[in-house]
Every structure is written in structure tokens, then in C-alpha cells.
Design a protein around this ligand. Structure first.
Ligand SMILES: *[C@@H]1O[C@H](CO)[C@@H](O)[C@H](O)[C@H]1NC(C)=O
Length: 115
């Protein structure tokens, strides 16, 4: 009985860890030297996270998958977005363009997760 409870708890923890979905707004910015210490260009699929998900750099080089309507794009975390609210993300031009035209500027509701 105890073993079953422990196993179920572990499975639940594992599931929660892989299933966390973040929601927020998505914007785009001009990639350059990021807070993680790398230099990127507009054609790289990269993303800056809010301080709440950037975690003082612990999220650097993790990949995320962003979904917007029926589109999705993968991007690598290379930067901090200090002004982003928790869950909101700032994408490179090419990553944003995979979700919507650049001139839209801001997507009000994207869902993303760490891979
Ligand atoms: C993130 O994605 C890039 C590009 O696809 C890949 O080269 C890299 O290995 C991935 N990193 C991790 C930690 O999965």
C-alpha cells in the first residue's frame, strides 16, 4: 500500500514536471548578445524569458516549444526579458515569424513548455 502511494506520488511528480505549460504574451526583439553570454542573429530560433522562468540563467540553453493557434516553434533560451511578465516571452524575429507575421508585433496568448 505504502509502496503504491510512493510510486503514484513519484509518477505524479514526474508527470507534473513534464506537463507544465506556461502561458503569456509573445513579442519579438533584435537578437544580439544575450544574458546567457552568447551572440545570436535574427535567423536563430531563440527566446528571452521573464525573470520568473529565466531563473538567474538556470534556464539558459534549454529548449522550449511555443504554440500559437495551430502553429508551433522550438526556440533555445539565450536571454533574459526583464520587462516580461511571468510566462511572457520575447522571441527572435525568425521564431516569431514562424507563429505570426512580424507586424502583428504581440501575440496575446501563447502556450509554451520546456522540452
Ligand atoms: C536545443 O535545440 C537545438 C537546436 O535544435 C539543439 O542543437 C540542442 O541540442 C537542443 N538543446 C537541448 C538541451 O536539448
Amino acid at each position: 500500500m505504502l509502496r503504491t502511494v510512493v510510486t503514484l506520488t513519484m509518477l505524479a511528480t514526474l508527470y507534473a514536471r513534464t506537463a507544465i505549460a506556461y502561458t503569456g504574451e509573445a513579442t519579438w526583439y533584435h537578437a544580439g548578445k544575450g544574458a546567457c553570454g552568447f551572440v545570436n542573429k535574427a535567423s536563430d530560433h531563440i527566446v528571452a524569458l521573464s525573470p520568473y522562468e529565466y531563473l538567474n540563467g538556470r534556464s539558459c540553453l534549454k529548449n522550449i516549444t511555443v504554440q500559437y493557434n495551430d502553429r508551433s516553434v522550438d526556440a533555445t533560451v539565450v536571454d533574459l526579458c526583464p520587462e516580461c511578465a511571468s510566462g511572457s516571452i520575447d522571441l527572435s524575429m525568425s521564431a516569431f515569424a514562424a507563429l505570426a507575421p512580424l507586424d502583428v508585433g504581440r501575440l496575446r496568448h501563447v502556450v509554451w513548455n520546456f522540452n
